[in-house]
Design a protein around this ligand. Structure first.
Ligand SMILES: *Cc1c(COP(=O)(O)O)cnc(C)c1O
Length: 418
């Protein structure tokens, strides 16, 4: 394999033109789109238009005239297309953390009488914190078990199985259908966090028979810093919530059946709209919609299935390049080698100071990520990452390690966000 071979792969890649949707800075290899997706060209223009025309000239009329009030549902329908859900089943609102709270409470209300939330011991911290908070408020148990034991540990005390599909550190991918089956066989329901998988891993919530899902807008969906998140519930649960007039705990006015009646009594909106809470962040939603559109732009080229094939090729290539090029330099693969068991990132445990190694790489124009205590992590978004980027990143990593540049004191200084 040579660098020219990588350039040839890029020249033959039908997805390559999708990169033009992004305003990526020159000279940067961006391998952190699993943490913050890059700026879509369309988002800058769209946000400017929303500010100047819709807000500046339209003023309050834009809630109706520019469709602001429908954004959460309209964008929810677009995300639904990426995760195997139908229109009217997903909404965009709030953060992933807040949506986890709403969805987990609703799932627990549907499973009255059971007292355990079962989760993966290395689930993302906010998922664990929110679940623990609910468990404390309701006198339930949050049971944390190793990822490999989830299916075996669902029993008839479990109300909800709470899982993140792709682990943020290792990139390990849970198989969704068998875990849904195991949960249902024991009478439990599932709540999936798709933050590290939507847009890059084929997801079929309906065919795989999931119960609830939430996820993040600013990672592979390129929605911008702090983009709103989404929430999906299976239509069978929405129907039951309708029939029993069930509410979710953050029963704000925009989740009311008729908010502009200003009634003093809460009546939930039908369907997934009951999961809305307060006034939507219109500027952020406008940017998010442009981000989602960058992923939907792959539909004519095979959609998420085609993105997945390229993602596997990129991550396979990067693993091989790093393992051959950086042999003996203190890196150990921390991501499953079998592509069926991983998402779209590659992590290595690093026996040197992993934080400093990443800082030194960033100075060379390769933006990866550090995750405590010892991981260097590289996300491969197939929408804009080229095969030659994988090549250049692996060689930059080799140079940083072989030259010991990471030892320079300037690479030890840590900001508030690492
Ligand atoms: C990124 C991420 C979140 C983010 O939650 P916010 O409330 O948006 O900060 C939550 N869960 C998982 C699994 C994530 O990867």
């Amino acid at each position: 394999m040579t660098r020219q071979d990588c350039l040839d792969l890029d020249a033959a890649d039908v997805l390559a033109p999708l990169r033009e949707q992004f305003a990526l800075p020159a000279g940067v290899v961006y391998l952190d789109g699993n943490s913050l997706g890059p700026l879509p060209v369309a988002a800058a223009a769209r946000v400017a238009r929303v500010v100047e025309r819709e807000w500046g000239e339209g003023l309050i009329r834009s809630w109706n005239d520019a469709g602001w009030i429908e954004l959460g549902q309209r964008i929810g329908d677009k995300i639904a297309r990426l995760v195997g859900a139908g229109p009217g089943e997903a909404i965009v609102a709030d953060s992933t953390s807040a949506n986890l709270f709403k969805a987990l409470c609703a799932a627990l209300d549907l499973a009255r009488g059971r007292n355990v939330v079962l989760t993966d011991e290395d689930n993302f911290p906010t998922d664990l914190y929110i679940a623990q908070s609910i468990a404390d408020q309701r006198g339930l148990e949050l049971r944390r078990v190793p990822a490999s034991q989830i299916a075996a540990r669902v029993d008839d005390s479990v109300a909800v199985v709470l899982l993140t599909q792709v682990n943020y550190r290792s990139g390990r991918l849970h198989a969704m259908a068998p875990l849904n089956r195991a949960a249902h066989a024991a009478g439990a329901v599932t709540l999936w966090d798709l933050s590290h998988s939507a847009g890059v891993v084929p997801i079929d919530l309906a065919a795989d028979d999931a119960d609830f899902a939430v996820g993040c807008g600013y990672k592979y969906l390129n929605g911008g810093p702090g983009a709103p998140a989404y929430l999906w519930a299976h239509p069978r649960h929405l129907a039951r919530m309708d029939a029993e007039a069930m509410r979710q705990p953050l029963s704000g006015w925009l989740g009311h059946a008729s908010p502009f009646d200003f009634s003093p009594d809460y009546r939930p909106a039908p369907g997934v709209a009951r999961f809305l809470c307060g006034t939507p962040p219109v500027l952020s939603l406008a940017a998010l919609e442009c981000g989602i559109d960058t992923v939907l732009a792959a539909e004519p080229h095979g959609g998420v299935a085609a993105l997945r094939r390229k993602s596997i090729a990129l991550t396979d290539l990067f693993m091989t390049l790093v393992e051959t090029r950086c042999e003996g330099q203190g890196l150990a693969l921390a991501t499953p080698r079998n592509p069926a068991e991983r998402g779209s990132q590659v992590s290595f445990a690093c026996e040197h100071d992993a934080y400093a190694v990443i800082q030194a790489l960033i100075e060379r124009g390769v933006i990866g990520d550090f995750r405590a205590p010892d991981l260097v992590r590289f996300g491969f978004s197939p929408l804009y990452t080229r095969f030659v980027d994988a090549w250049d990143a692996a060689f930059a990593l080799h140079d940083v390690l072989a030259s010991d540049t990471w030892r320079a004191p300037r690479f030890q200084r840590r900001g508030g966000v690492t």
